[in-house]
Design a protein around this ligand. Structure first.
Ligand SMILES: O=C(O)CCC(=O)C(=O)O
Ligand SMILES: [Fe+2]
Length: 194
């Protein structure tokens, strides 16, 4: 008898055209492993509160962040394992790991595209999600008949956005108005040498 499992869907191609390619896959990281990574990272003293000037006022960025050089020899667990998984799953090499911690439903990231000036042209961005499922909005930048994609990013999932999607789409994680636990995203990128 053939068993179809909900948990072995494989990659879902959400977009694949001249404006770029977006692929979402669940269970790239197993549930127990994702939970262990989350618990460890939440307790790690790596998180920073960044400030940003907005409307002439300096405000806290509404989430905590951290960053690691992926080529470092002393990459701490679980980032070393996560990097290997991201590389294997995408067949891309990355040299940068950005971390975002959304402590609860009030934390967010505003609609934006990742800064292409920092990235090696043509190299994608991979996001691994841990913890609470959060909704991501993806919106095309064009004013006429803009495309809208709402995605629930589950723990253990990987979202791959091609470089050129950052030219044509913005993405963001909006605040929610119902109680939510913490979520961490690991963002793998290939940055230009400084
Ligand atoms: O948390 C996420 O999944 C998205 C984070 C993001 O867009 C970024 O770090 O640039
Ligand atoms: Fe982003």
């Amino acid at each position: 008898m053939t068993q179809f499992s909900l948990f072995s869907q494989g990659p879902l191609v959400l977009l694949d055209d001249a404006s770029g390619r977006i692929v979402y896959e669940e269970n790239v990281i197993g549930a127990d492993e994702a939970a262990a990574w989350l618990a460890h990272l939440l307790e790690s003293p790596i998180w920073r509160q960044q400030r940003r000037v907005m409307y002439e006022r300096e405000l806290d960025v509404p989430r905590l962040t951290s960053h690691f050089d992926a080529d470092a020899d002393d990459l701490p667990w679980p980032l070393d394992v996560a990097l290997e998984r991201a590389r294997t799953a995408t067949r891309e090499s990355f040299n940068s790991i950005g971390l975002n911690l959304y402590r609860d439903e009030h934390d967010s990231v505003a609609m934006h595209n990742d800064r292409l000036g920092d990235l090696v042209e043509g190299r994608p961005i991979a996001l691994i999600s841990l913890g609470e499922t959060r909704r991501m909005h993806i919106r095309s930048k064009k004013q006429v008949a803009p495309r809208r994609l709402d995605l629930d990013l589950a723990a253990g999932s990987l979202l791959l956005m091609s470089w050129d999607t950052q030219l044509h789409y913005d993405h963001g994680i909006p605040k929610q108005n119902h109680p939510l636990g913490p979520r961490i995203s690991l963002a793998f990128r290939t940055r230009k040498p400084a």
